[in-house]
Design a protein around this ligand. Structure first.
Ligand code: NAD
Ligand code: UDP
Length: 340
């Protein structure tokens, strides 16, 4: 059995990944500073899997605490989720984003190197492509983020590429996520944004449950089939399974072990398509109003998924119906998220 250090493991994607790691027979050691997550997630993971992961409330920038953890546990690999992730906030507070995401990652990688831990899977994002010249987006498209959050992801990618060049004993999986939504089918874990949600799906779910009056649809004049923005939504459990597959891929020593892949479904849905699918799944009417475009938004973004299929043998299984169904199940069972 292998032991995986999961930074940010109590967050939205991290918690679902820990569940799938446990299901696949791995032991998880979670490091999270709880800046954007609840300790209750630990109980929920235990309820789902019957196993309580090892947990440390610790910041990845805390050198001494990390060293102690790495001495205490025989770690075989790391999945690095810990980061700040709000695009607008990163524009307001770029230094905080570069400090937490970039400096934090460098500190983490330094500790991993010192402890001879050489398997690293990193949460990157489709935001590194900026406004793509065409869709679907392939991994070799130009990289040109448009905000500090996106730059922080691209900088960490580059650090990892250089680390691999310096020592090709490293095994590095860079995963560029498209738009994760949905929740575990138990309804015990899901996305719990603080304050007013920035992202489409949690906002729709809060309108459906009566916490918000209506959805503001940002722009109806894009060159898309209904004028609203198109994204590649992926079920968070599919995404979690993509991490388990990446660890399996990297454990095969005979391969080229610097991997950069898109994790998406390859299908794009517009804002109004998602509203319609959510209405169907929930039986609730989602009121919406058209508003001007949101600054920095692009018309369409969806993945070319061929590389993930070829290299990892992975593809997303769940469709938009299941994504809406599971979001609704989570939202109705936890109308205020993890807060009672
Ligand atoms: P999240 O905020 O739910 O999870 C991140 C977790 O990291 C939180 O639990 C937070 O408390 C923790 N954390 C942050 N900084 C930390 C630090 N310095 N030390 C220790 N813990 C720290 O976010 P998520 O949606 O689960 O995203 C996980 C990763 O995936 C992030 O790196 C994010 O940038 C990336 N990503 C997310 C999306 C998305 O739409 N959710 C898309 C692409 C990429
Ligand atoms: N969107 C919207 N109203 C909202 C939030 C998002 O119309 O309250 C739109 C947004 O303009 C984009 C799509 O929904 O076209 C997905 O936005 P999200 O913020 O979830 O993801 P991202 O823009 O980061 O891909």
């Amino acid at each position: 059995m292998k032991t995986i250090l999961v930074t940010g493991g109590l967050g939205y994607i991290g918690s679902h990944t820990v569940v799938e790691l446990i299901n696949a027979g791995y032991t998880s050691v979670i490091v999270d500073n709880l800046s954007n997550s609840s300790i209750k997630v630990l109980d929920r993971i235990e309820q789902i899997t019957g196993i309580r992961p090892i947990f440390y409330q610790c910041d990845i920038q805390d050198k001494q605490a990390l060293t102690d953890i790495l001495y205490k546990h025989q770690i075989d690999g790391v999945i690095h989720f810990a980061a700040l992730k709000a695009v607008g906030e990163s524009v307001q507070n770029p230094l905080e984003y570069y400090q937490n995401n970039v400096s934090g990652s460098i500190e983490l990688f330094r500790q991993l190197k010192n402890h001879n831990i050489k398997t690293i899977v990193f949460s990157s994002s489709a935001t590194v492509y900026g406004d793509p010249h065409k869709v679907p987006i392939k991994e070799d498209f130009p990289l040109k983020p448009t905000n500090p959050y996106g730059w922080s992801k691209l900088m960490i990618e580059q650090v990892l590429r250089d680390l691999y060049t310096s020592d090709n004993q490293f095994k590095v999986g860079i995963l560029r996520y498209f738009n994760p939504i949905g929740a575990h089918s138990s309804g015990l874990i899901g996305e719990d944004p603080q304050g007013i949600p920035n992202n489409l799906m949690p906002y729709i779910a809060q309108v459906a449950v009566g916490r918000r009056e209506y959805l503001s649809v940002f722009g109806n004049d894009y060159a898309t089939h209904d004028g609203t923005g198109i994204r590649d939504y992926i079920h968070v459990v599919d995404l979690a399974l993509g991490h388990v597959r990446t660890l399996e891929y990297l454990s095969n020593a005979s391969r080229d072990n610097l991997l950069t892949v898109n994790l998406g479904t390859g299908r794009g849905y517009s804002v109004l398509d998602v509203v319609q699918a959510f209405e169907k799944a929930s039986g609730k009417k989602i009121d919406y109003k058209f508003m001007p475009r949101r600054s920095g938004d692009i018309a369409a973004c969806y993945a070319d998924t061929n590389l993930a299929q070829q290299l990892l043998g992975w593809r997303a299984r769940f469709g938009i119906e299941e994504m809406c169904r599971d979001t609704w199940n989570w939202q109705t069972k936890n109308s205020n998220g993890y807060t009672n």
